[in-house]
Design a protein around this ligand. Structure first.
Ligand code: ADP
Length: 252
């Protein structure tokens, strides 16, 4: 905003001040509404796993001692809902801080190694085959927040895992002054109508599927914030029933 003058010299200036002031109020109101909606959505989303935990815990209390099958099932449900809640709380905390409050630690590192390592860690954590195409490149040194870039890659790999059953493909390419990391899946894809909404907080095309695979609806919004904070350009292309390709472009 233009700083408001301390002394008003003319009618025009007074009018301009009024305009600026109105604009500021509109902006504050809209931010306040967004915050309110965020808090209300977050509470609602956290309440769901809590309700499930509560009901299984009360079942366990009543009948758990005499019913081994119920015991097993309840512990399983409580465990997975607790993990989901933990994940959601961590994502919420990060989003609440917004990227202005994040510590960005830039360092020099080899991007090829980082992608290879992240893919390897992901494969062993989820036992999913990933085809990594980028062996031709041996060394691309960049300066960036390494941890945040790993986190970004993880979010997109995790989505590829959740919404496809086939092999996930990752490629790394260099073109003039830019590097591009691509994460491709041949999964359920996203329809044209839904595509613009998937970066909205808590938005899920299919809530049930997202839930079953441990989704929170906060992965893509968080990815958007991280990408902005560390200077990565993200493009998401998708075709329903065909698959999704995410491109991460980094300026060298
Ligand atoms: P979630 O935790 O539900 O996966 P995200 O914010 O990461 O939340 O993604 C939002 C929604 O976008 C998902 O619920 C899903 O419907 C859709 N989506 C994201 N990535 C993919 C993908 N690779 N293939 C198909 N749908 C996807």
């Amino acid at each position: 905003f233009k700083r408001l003058p301390l002394k008003v010299e003319s009618k025009d200036e007074l009018y301009q001040m009024g305009e600026t002031f109105n604009h500021m109020i509109d902006l504050l109101e809209s931010n306040f509404e967004k915050q309110k909606l965020f808090v209300s959505n977050a509470s609602h989303e956290l309440k769901t796993p809590l309700t499930i935990i509560e009901s299984y815990a009360s079942l366990l209390k009543r009948r758990g001692a005499n019913d081994p099958k119920l015991f097993e099932e309840s512990i399983e449900a409580i465990h997975s809902e607790a993990i989901r809640m933990k994940e959601m709380t961590e994502q919420l905390l990060m989003l609440a801080k917004h990227h202005e409050g994040w510590n960005i630690n830039r360092s020099h590192f080899n991007l090829v190694e980082l992608v290879q390592q992240t893919v390897k860690n992901f494969q062993s954590a989820y036992h999913r085959k990933i085809d990594l195409d980028g062996d031709v490149l041996s060394n691309i040194t960049i300066q960036m927040d390494e941890q945040k870039l790993k986190q970004l890659l993880f979010i997109f790999l995790d989505n590829a895992r959740k919404y496809s059953d086939d092999m996930i493909m990752v490629s790394l390419g260099k073109e003039r002054e830019e590097v591009c990391i691509r994460i491709m899946d041949r999964g359920i894809g996203i329809s044209e109508d839904e595509l613009p909404k998937v970066f909205d907080r808590f938005y899920r095309v299919d809530k049930a599927r997202s839930r079953k695979s441990g989704g929170t609806g906060l992965g893509l919004p968080l990815a958007k914030e991280i990408a902005e904070a560390i200077g990565v350009r993200v493009t998401l292309e998708s075709k329903e029933g065909i698959g999704t390709t995410v491109s991460l472009n980094i300026q060298l």
